[in-house]
Design a protein around this ligand. Structure first.
Ligand SMILES: *[C@@H]1O[C@H](CO)[C@@H](O)[C@H](O)[C@H]1NC(C)=O
Ligand SMILES: *[C@@H]1O[C@H](CO)[C@@H](O)[C@H](O)[C@H]1NC(C)=O
Ligand SMILES: *[C@@H]1O[C@H](CO)[C@@H](O)[C@H](O)[C@H]1NC(C)=O
Ligand SMILES: *[C@@H]1O[C@H](CO)[C@@H](O)[C@H](O)[C@H]1NC(C)=O
Ligand SMILES: *[C@@H]1O[C@H](CO)[C@@H](O)[C@H](O)[C@H]1NC(C)=O
Ligand SMILES: *[C@@H]1O[C@H](CO)[C@@H](O)[C@H](O)[C@H]1NC(C)=O
Ligand SMILES: *[C@@H]1O[C@H](CO)[C@@H](O)[C@H](O)[C@H]1NC(C)=O
Length: 317
């Protein structure tokens, strides 16, 4: 009895040491651990059998820019990944495009883009409400984001958030000042799942006639602290501008009815299987449905891979 269990702990120690030497965050054995300088920790992964369902990353060669990781689950446009973390907090930092609409001097629209990117068809991501904020740039402009389609009471959606930017004169907007004059910003509610902006334009309430000094409106969600308003952005922000923002993610195997920790532990083969597989890992229910994994107190690393949580003490020497 004692010999096998002794052997088992030796094996476990060996497995732990292997995972630790690979460094954490960790990819699955035999899988590409990084792309373009960005670590790709499991459940994210590149290539067959290297990722959990819904967490595939593609490593694309973008010419002189070199290798770039993108969300393989994005349907209609490449969403570049800047950073992925699994624990102690699950986050993905990505670049999403800015929404815009532009006008000719007589007030007619010359084009627009809502910013929509279907980066989230599997609903594993939420736009972090604590780490991002919404900006609107313009001179007679009301733009908002909405979420919770079909959950609304008074209207179709459950949440609406946005603001009004106004300026009568090209000289009024000031660099660094975003309090309504050419620029406004607001906190966002939890639960936002996409980047699509609703842009109010009609020639009666939000006319853009004779607005050569301010020909375009812009709106975007961005990580707090990473954008500072510049008055020149009103005339010269490129239409293909992207902004960095932070997404929360969770294991939401069961789509619109994601499993909680309790349900996932009870059905180990359901969905993609119970995700918290490391020793010294624990399951935490996610505020928005589904669950995430963490290393228990005193341990750190990747709870989604076997042997991924290692003692903080062993890291000290
Ligand atoms: C690839 O490079 C092109 C040109 O530099 C750029 O426009 C595009 O956004 C890049 N794509 C990604 C995913 O970074
Ligand atoms: C990625 O995120 C981790 C954890 O938040 C941080 O320590 C690291 O500096 C970030 N790396 C980059 C390139 O942003
Ligand atoms: C994971 O545990 C650390 C403390 O060990 C805690 O600070 C962190 O909030 C936990 N993460 C989650 C998602 O609960
Ligand atoms: C407004 O201006 C655009 C281009 O400057 C022109 O194509 C369009 O016909 C004009 N519309 C009206 C109603 O004058
Ligand atoms: C918008 O309204 C203004 C007057 O309020 C008018 O002069 C202009 O022609 C209108 N533009 C369009 C495109 O209808
Ligand atoms: C608005 O701008 C116009 C044109 O620059 C100017 O004539 C007018 O005085 C301005 N109105 C106010 C209230 O500043
Ligand atoms: C997904 O949810 C449905 C409805 O709650 C449930 O019947 C089904 O068993 C769940 N699937 C898994 C794999 O747990």
């Amino acid at each position: 009895m004692s010999t096998p269990s002794f052997l088992l702990s030796v094996l476990l120690l060996a497995a732990t040491a292997t995972a630790a030497t690979a460094g954490s965050p960790t990819a699955l054995p035999g899988c590409q651990g990084s792309c373009g300088g960005v670590d790709i920790p499991y459940p994210f992964g590149i290539g067959t059998s290297c990722f959990r369902k819904d967490f595939e990353i593609s490593c694309i060669n973008n010419g002189s820019a070199g290798d770039v990781p993108v969300l393989a689950t994005a349907d209609n446009r490449a969403v570049q990944v800047l950073n992925l973390s699994v624990a102690p907090w699950p986050e993905a930092r990505v670049l999403l495009p800015v929404a815009w609409q532009c006008f000719s001097p007589n007030g007619t629209s010359t084009g627009s883009f809502s910013g929509e990117v279907d980066f989230n068809p599997r609903s594993v991501y939420r736009i972090s409400d604590t780490q991002n904020e919404l900006f609107v740039l313009g001179c007679n402009t009301f733009i908002y984001n909405k979420a919770g389609n079909g959950e609304g009471g008074r209207y179709r959606y459950a949440y609406y958030t946005g603001c009004v930017a106004y300026s009568n004169d090209s000289g009024d907007p000031r660099d660094g000042a975003c309090a309504g004059i050419g620029c406004c910003h607001v906190d966002i509610p939890p639960g936002l799942t996409d980047n699509s902006m609703s842009m109010r334009y009609d020639n009666d309430s939000w006319p853009h006639v004779n607005q050569e000094y301010c020909p375009c409106d812009y709106a975007f969600i961005v990580e707090k602290g990473s954008y500072t308003f510049r008055a020149s952005d009103l005339t010269s922000m490129p239409r293909d501008q992207t902004m960095p923002l932070v997404l929360d993610w969770a294991i939401r195997d069961n789509g619109s009815v994601p499993m909680s920790c309790e349900q996932a532990a009870r059905s180990p083969t359901g969905g993609g299987g119970y995700a918290c597989v490391s020793d010294h890992s624990e399951c935490v229910n996610s505020a928005n449905g589904g669950y995430v994994c963490n290393c228990t107190k005193g341990y750190e690393g990747n709870p989604y891979v076997r042997g991924g949580c290692t003692s903080k003490l062993s890291a000290l020497h």
